[in-house]
Design a protein around this ligand. Structure first.
Ligand SMILES: NC(=O)c1ccc[n+]([C@@H]2O[C@H](COP(=O)([O-])OP(=O)(O)OC[C@H]3O[C@@H](n4cnc5c(N)ncnc54)[C@H](OP(=O)(O)O)[C@@H]3O)[C@@H](O)[C@H]2O)c1
Length: 344
């Protein structure tokens, strides 16, 4: 089978090679991968920035969708022909995250989906909604489940967003656009930032209520306070990291939640972080690490009921894997980037 393993760090080292096609062992399912989607994590993984000590070779990409073509002995819950996605953390099926459950993430701890076939444990897959194409389904495992968790769970016990809440999203990448779509389904008011007026206009067409260009207004927390009549936002889907966290602390309401997800502007800051808003406002800062299979299934039920379609920026053919990664690196995308590996 073909695969695009990381053999050396760097996008220019991602090359197609031939590997033996895996055969099912007891408890596993063999998936013909039709499409993968890219996440910022995959970009950092390929660049050697996520885990410079990762043992190589490693097949990248956590997110893929395909068709089950064979099942191993003892598998009764998954059938040949099922259209499935792999779950991000293969061992986080339900309940709270534990150290043990966090150890088998696709495209990092173990091989991911950027290959013609993937062999996964039967518990590590979910059927995806019937109305979605393989390309659309490939966008779900990381970005969509993360956004879902940040809005509907955000910790144990769950601290879900409510209808009528004001939610802030940052930028227009994969997680943020899913958060926008899910927040609108929930009946929330969504405030969004972007470096691009054009992208903000596009986000408005998906329901974004208020928009702010963070290049023109780097102090966007003031805009959030003005827009909420001085109250602040109920929840902030924090993907910016080092540069944005201090603004998020200022933009949250008393008792608000910051769903701490990303590190787009870095994972640590040279500037000291003013901690007082955390205590003065009794903020809840909740780390989010994707989500469980149970969350994925709960999200899929709502995607089905609402006939929601993920927003795909561009689908690249399989011979343009490097171009797809370079496109993500450019930051010019809106929503998700997909690579089609197989045709129907
Ligand atoms: N904790 C988790 O489980 C988890 C899961 C998924 C993702 N993440 C993290 O979440 C972040 C987003 O991931 P993604 O896959 O959605 O990324 P992505 O699709 O690559 O999003 C990139 C977009 O983010 C925006 N952006 C970049 N720098 C920004 C800044 N300083 N302030 C505001 N927006 C900024 C830009 O949007 P505009 O062009 O509109 O400005 C950019 O196009 C990454 O750090 C990723 O590692 C974490």
């Amino acid at each position: 089978m073909f695969a695009y393993p990381i053999t050396q760090f760097g996008i220019d080292h991602l090359q197609r090679i031939e590997l033996p096609q895996p055969t099912p062992t007891p408890g596993t399912v063999l998936i013909k991968v039709h499409a993968v989607s890219l996440n910022y994590r995959d970009l950092r993984m390929v660049g050697g920035l996520y885990n410079p000590k990762m043992s190589l070779p490693r097949i990248p990409c956590s997110d893929g969708a395909g068709e089950v073509v064979a099942v191993g002995e003892g598998v009764t819950n998954v059938h040949i022909g099922d259209r499935v996605c792999g779950i991000f953390m293969q061992r986080w099926l339900d309940g709270p995250l534990t150290a043990e459950k966090s150890k088998a993430a696709l495209g990092g701890d173990i091989d991911g989906m950027l290959a013609a076939y993937a062999l996964l444990h039967h518990e590590g897959v979910v059927r995806f909604p019937n109305h979605l194409s393989f390309e659309e389904a490939a966008t779900l495992p990381c970005a969509a489940v993360t956004a879902w968790n940040a809005l509907h769970h955000a910790g144990e016990p769950a601290n879900p967003a409510q209808s009528g809440d004001t939610i802030v999203i940052q930028g227009t990448g994969g997680v943020s656009i899913f958060a926008l779509q899910f927040a609108k389904l929930l009946g929330a008011k969504v405030l969004g930032t972007s470096s691009s007026d054009e992208k903000l206009t596009r986000a408005r067409s998906l329901g974004l209520d208020e928009a702010c260009n963070y290049k023109q207004a780097p102090e966007w927390s003031k805009w959030v306070m003005e827009t909420t009549s001085g109250k602040g936002a109920d929840r902030i889907i924090e993907v910016g990291g080092a540069v944005t966290l201090s603004h998020s602390l200022r933009a949250a309401r008393v008792g608000g939640t910051i769903a701490q997800i990303g590190v787009l502007s870095g994972a640590s800051t040279a500037d000291p972080l003013a901690l007082t808003p955390i205590l003065h406002k009794q903020l809840r800062i909740q780390g989010i690490y994707v989500g469980s299979r149970a969350m994925f299934e709960q999200m899929n039920a709502v995607i089905t009921k609402s006939s929601l379609h993920p927003i795909i920026d561009q689908v690249f053919p399989v011979d343009q894997v490097q171009q797809a990664f370079l496109h993500m690196e450019s930051g010019s995308h809106f929503g998700k980037i997909v690579i089609r590996l197989a045709s129907l």
